[in-house]
Design a protein around this ligand. Structure first.
Ligand code: WTA
Length: 662
């Protein structure tokens, strides 16, 4: 964040106290903070008691061997039983679990908890028939269709950890994830609907399967849901249709209780190196952390609320706050397949009106898009049902926050700005809607039971009014347990900067009242439309192109997407000659952008690629990304005295006018 933005924060004096009725009936009140501080383990044990356990735990937290935590040690639990069966047993079988809305109009399906139970059990039986047993990994590459939830819960039921790969990732990105976690089954579909048209998924799976066929991690089966009816290539050796394998299965399935620390899923996320990290979440603590925070932060009243989280299931938000948290709490929720502008720009608001959505959770990048489209669009719909609004994924600028509160929340609905990460599994810093007097743009306070702070380089707590690194001092139930297959990397990445302190890359400021303002990443990770991308990963993708000699990528601030990748590329000699031909440069830039999309996915396509003769480097050869960011953000170039060759920046800047920018 720029110093200008920082100083703007100190001018922010708008305050939004909780609505009185909400405060009076809130699930969690102010006393929770003190209760959790007075008895940390007792507090989490109480939250764990909200769930059904096979065997109760012996010990709430085992932190004898940090940073390897064990929560609810000795306990046994089944996530799918908690998300499904127990609600049916409690007499809520007829209650709608999911109002599923397909992108094509009139394509919707209401799924009750009883139906969900049948579907999960059938999917569990089907996976078993394909040879999946406890401990096996299953990759899921599906659009936002109900089968995705059925499969995740079926895996959880069997104790077969799933790894959901976002449908926007390329075949190569899918293959590397399937390979890293050694998934033996991939569940996919012919395609899904996006922006009014069917968009294929299976071809990417076919490529990934072919790529892995001769290796150690060959995929045994691909289970394919027919969603769009698109033509698909078929490989009889591995491919099976969902309707052939799942539909006739029994709706009965006897669940096993798994150890509280049994792996639930692996979610890949970008780090500061090229190789994505498989973040491992386990069962008991994860379910406690996500269900408690979902109930507390959104003040969920399961009997009356209709909840909607717009996140794609391919990201952690879709796991924690669309699948596990809400379903463990017996919520009724909306799940929508498509984009917000299909078939018209009011689609989301139409859905809120139709289902009477009361709690709505989305990302700042979406809010900024709606701001641009204009409030006339949401104003056409009846949004009066909404009583809590949430934001996640990136810092929300105060203007977007206030617009959200005013336009979607009728100027009176609390907005909870929730800070967390793939690694944290659960929300850690957020207002409580019935307690906190919120400030637009601030995530405010660590939740009850969470020990977060802002520290300086020495790891010392900074005084109010100063900035530093956002850290956690105590473990929390839904924390990651390790990086799949790489304990050392887990220690190095998160716990090595200060002893037994968790740090995962964000800078933050404590204001004069001690409230926390998350400023964004201080490492080489950027946040594009709420999606995490690593600069190094995009650089490696660029360098893997035969015409590229060297590349540097920076995340430049972008009005719509928060940040956008901008690349500076040095070409190989032969390609330089080609690019010098009139018109060739633009083609080449397009070729490189497409190459990045192929290697990683369309979300990683650089907004801008600048072909440069040199990159700014220090004498020790380190690329000075700070200077490149100045260029990409059209700013005056900062201090260049540490550059090995200070004329480089002139060369780069003069090239800027000829750059291809789209
Ligand atoms: C950023 C998404 C400011 C942050 C749940 C974090 C936020 C990264 C907020 C994690 C917020 C998330 N305010 N920044 N409320 N929420 N972030 O793993 O930089 O996709 O480290 O998890 O998003 O992104 P991830």
């Amino acid at each position: 964040m720029t110093s200008e933005a920082l100083s703007n924060l100190s001018h922010e004096d708008r305050r939004f106290p909780p609505p009185e009725d909400l405060a009076a009936s809130a699930n969690v009140k102010a006393d929770a903070y003190d209760a959790a501080t007075a008895d940390f383990e007792g507090f989490w044990a109480e939250q764990a008691d909200r769930l059904d356990w096979g065997q109760k735990w012996d010990r709430v937290l085992n932190w004898d061997d940090p940073p390897f935590a064990k929560w609810f040690e000795g306990g046994t639990i089944n996530a799918s039983v908690n998300c499904v069966d127990r609600h049916v047993q409690a007499g809520n079988g007829d209650k709608v679990a999911i109002h599923w809305v397909g992108e094509p109009e009139d394509d919707s399906r209401d799924i009750t908890y009883a139906q969900l139970q049948d579907e999960v059990n059938k999917a569990a039986n089907a996976l078993t028939s394909l040879g999946v047993t406890k401990g096996d990994r299953v990759a899921i590459y599906l659009p936002m269709i109900p089968e995705c939830v059925f499969t995740m819960l079926a895996c959880a039921r069997l104790g077969a950890p799933h790894t959901v790969v976002f449908g926007g990732f390329s075949a190569d990105a899918l293959a590397s994830r399937v390979e890293d976690c050694g998934a033996k089954v991939v569940v996919t579909s012919d395609g899904g609907y996006r922006r009014g048209a069917p968009s294929a998924l299976k071809p990417a799976v076919d490529d990934a399967v072919a790529k892995l066929a001769d290796g150690e991690h060959a995929v045994e089966h691909v289970l394919v849901v027919r969603r769009t009816g698109q033509d698909v290539a078929w490989n009889d050796d591995v491919d099976v249709w969902w309707h052939d394998v799942v539909d006739d299965q029994s709706t009965e399935h006897e669940p096993e209780m798994h150890d509280a620390e049994h792996p639930l899923y692996v979610m890949y996320t970008s780090g500061t190196t090229g190789k994505p990290k498989g973040i491992l979440h386990t069962t008991g603590g994860y379910l406690v952390g996500t269900s408690y925070t979902h109930w507390a932060v959104f003040d969920l009243k399961p009997d009356t609320d209709v909840y909607w989280c717009t996140a794609d299931v391919g990201w952690v938000t879709g796991h924690s706050y669309m699948v596990y948290g809400p379903l463990a709490n017996g919520a009724t929720q909306v799940m929508y397949e498509g984009t917000p502008d299909s078939p018209h720009k009011g689609r989301w608001w139409e859905i809120i009106e139709k289902y009477g959505v009361t709690i709505f959770y989305t990302a700042p990048t979406a809010i900024r898009t709606f701001m641009k489209w204009g409030r006339e669009i949401p104003d056409k719909f009846d949004l009066s049902s909404v009583r809590v609004l949430g934001s996640v994924g990136e810092p929300i600028n105060p203007e977007a926050y206030v617009w959200y509160r005013d336009t979607i929340g009728a100027g009176k609905t609390p907005v909870v700005d929730t800070w967390w990460q793939t690694e944290t599994g659960q929300i850690l810093i957020s207002p409580l809607p019935g307690v906190t007097e919120a400030k637009p743009g601030s995530a405010m306070t660590p939740l009850p039971g969470i020990d977060a702070d802002v520290v300086n380089d020495e790891g010392e707590s900074v005084p109010d009014g100063s900035g530093g690194y956002l850290i956690l001092r105590k473990p929390w139930p839904a924390m990651l347990r390790t990086i799949w297959g790489d304990d050392e990397r887990y220690k190095d990445t998160y716990w090595s900067r200060w002893p037994n302190v968790y740090f995962a890359g964000d800078g933050a400021k404590k204001d004069e009242d001690g409230d926390i303002w998350v400023l964004g990443r201080v490492d080489d990770v950027m946040n594009v439309s709420g999606h995490r991308l690593s600069t190094t990963e995009i650089e490696s993708a660029l360098v893997s192109h035969p015409k590229v000699a060297e590349a540097a990528v920076v995340g430049a601030s972008d009005e719509m997407t928060g940040q956008a990748p901008c690349a500076f590329v040095i070409l190989r000699e032969t390609a330089v000659e080609e690019a010098d031909e009139p018109g060739e440069g633009a083609d080449l830039v397009q070729e490189l952008r497409n190459h990045v999309a192929k290697e990683i996915g369309a979300i990683a396509k650089p907004r801008q690629i600048l072909i440069v003769p040199e990159l700014p480097k220090t004498r020790s050869g380190k690329i000075m990304r700070r200077l490149l960011r100045d260029v990409a953000e059209n700013r005056e170039i900062g201090d260049v005295t540490t550059l090995a060759d200070s004329s480089v920046m002139n060369l780069i800047q003069s090239g800027m006018s000829g750059s291809s920018d789209e």
